[in-house]
Write a protein that binds this ligand. Structure first.
Ligand code: NAD
Length: 469
């Protein structure tokens, strides 16, 4: 059985305990991850602070070069990393699966090298000179979830590496292996202590959010955990970027061609088995084409193969863990009891010992039903009928989350005007979910604080310093 060690101060460090990591498709052990103690965290903080003293003073060209080195080393080990992600997370190798995830990691790493941190000259005349600099903040603590483990790690780490910060990452205990290997690889091309990896669950994550030696936490995960991190971070006034839960609404207007949009709607909702923060989680369809959309979505979904992610031809894998699986079952059963009409799926079968759940479409539900109000984070989509545009905008906004949203229509201008009324960080037209390294991504309301990506995301890894004179 392969054992994966912690990465602290440029070295692989073993632990007294190792935890089994399970493949959700087979329930078999994929590998064992070292379990970090609070002492390991202290060691990581010490190493990252020691590295910061020199890393933060590297010139811009060296920092840019480091981003490309990270991209190169991931690219050179892409297949190994993709297989690890599939084995521990469950998603297929192909399609929008783990090879796509690793490809995204390379793209985001490379893009970081092109980001600018040029100082801004605000005044330069006979009266005086004022220049605003962006300085690295110190040690970044990154805490990641189990849905896109490798890509989220890169989203958190690249702005740190680009801007002269050092970092400690703690992956989810469900999917720690690909991150431990990723950090081992990144560590091999960067100075010792610039990136460090600890493991564990809420206890170590909580200790990171309170730690004196960590200057900022970047967190992707649930809103409930985000709120705990915020209170833990308050004592030391840490900087925070929080990417939290979503319950994205999609609104389909009557001028759409149901057959034409079915594939886009499906993947907007079911990418990564619905275990994606900005997936389409509530679909509102105008009465005039409600039945057509239900029929076409069902027809498309019937062609989807759910299975072991290592098998060629698999479109969707299992749900990643038992807790999430139970939540999906609970929400579907509740929707059925509330009068929801099952168009497809809706029955847990748990075939082959894995956490498989069928693609599920449930019609004739409304706000007030838990499947609509709560984030399902799994392979089930509620479809809600509407007839009044102001009412549907109000229903879409009637949720504590505000991550993404979408409008589906042939009238782009009208679609954009409706999108502006959605309370969310990103609203797509005739699409749902794609993100780019040069465009800010983040949530409003309880979906988060701050943004990631592009110059906006990079700024969150810096403090401004004004030199006046
Ligand atoms: P989670 O909040 O349970 O766990 C996320 C991470 O936080 C894990 O590493 C976990 O060990 C750690 N953690 C748990 N308790 C902690 C504590 N008290 N202090 C510090 N860290 C702690 O989330 P999850 O179940 O892994 O992920 C699913 C959730 O993440 C969904 O709600 C989803 O919408 C959200 N998510 C959001 C985004 C986004 O960009 N907005 C992206 C992906 C996932």
């Amino acid at each position: 059985m392969t054992k994966f060690d912690l990465i602290l101060g440029g070295k692989k460090v073993g632990a007294e305990q190792y935890a089994d990591v399970l493949n959700p498709a087979t329930n078999e052990v994929v590998g064992q991850a070292a379990v970090a103690t609070p002492e390991h965290l202290d060691q990581a903080v010490q190493a990252a602070n020691a590295a910061f003293a020199t890393y933060s003073r590297l010139d811009d060209a060296a920092l840019r070069d480091n981003c490309n080195k990270v991209a190169d080393v991931i690219e050179a080990h892409a297949e190994e990393l993709a297989k690890l992600v599939t084995l521990e997370q469950g998603k297929p190798l192909d399609g929008l699966g783990s090879r796509f995830e690793v490809g995204g990691a390379v793209a985001w790493a490379r893009h970081a090298s092109s980001l600018s941190l040029e100082p801004e000259v605000v005044q330069d005349d006979n009266e005086g000179r004022v220049v605003v600099y962006q300085k690295p903040v110190g040690v970044i603590g990154s805490i990641t979830p189990w849905n896109w483990p490798l890509l989220t790690a890169i989203w958190h780490l690249m702005p740190a590496i680009r801007s002269g910060n050092t970092a400690i990452i703690k992956p989810s205990p469900y999917t720690p292996l690909s991150t431990l290997r990723l950090i081992e690889l990144i560590d091999s091309v960067l100075p010792d202590g610039v990136v460090n990896c600890v493991t564990g669950g809420g206890e170590i994550g909580g200790a990171m959010s309170r730690h004196e030696g960590i200057a900022k936490i970047v967190f992707t995960g649930s809103s409930a955990t985000g709120s705990k991190i915020m209170s833990g971070a308050s004592e030391t006034i840490k900087r925070l970027t929080l990417e939290l839960g979503g319950n994205d609404a999609g609104i389909v207007l009557p001028d759409c061609d149901a057959k034409q949009i079915a594939e886009g709607l499906f993947w907007g909702a079911f990418i990564n088995n619905g275990q994606t923060c900005a997936a389409l989680k509530r679909l509102y369809v105008h009465d005039a084409i409600y039945d057509d959309v239900c029929r076409e979505l069902t027809a498309f979904a019937k062609g989807i193969v759910v299975g072991n992610g290592m098998d060629a031809g698999t479109h969707l894998g299992p749900i990643q863990n038992r807790m999430q699986y139970d939540k999906v079952v609970e929400l579907v059963e509740d929707a059925k009891a509330q009068g929801g009409r099952v168009l497809l799926g809706g029955d847990a079968d748990g075939a082959g010992g894995g956490l498989f759940y069928p693609v599920t479409l449930i019609a004739d539900v409304a706000n007030g039903v838990r499947l609509v109000d709560e984030e399902q984070f799994g392979p089930v989509l509620p479809i809600i009928r509407f007839s009044d545009i102001d009412e549907v905008i109000a229903d879409a906004n009637d949720n504590p989350n505000g991550l993404g949203g979408s409008v589906w229509t042939g009238d782009l201008e009208y679609g954009r005007s409706l999108a502006r009324r959605l309370e969310c960080g990103t609203a797509w037209i005739n699409n749902h979910g794609p993100v780019r390294p040069d465009v800010p991504f983040g949530g409003v309301k309880r979906s988060g604080l701050g943004v990631e990506f592009g110059k906006w995301g990079l700024s969150e890894y810096t403090d401004l310093q004004v030199i006046n004179g």
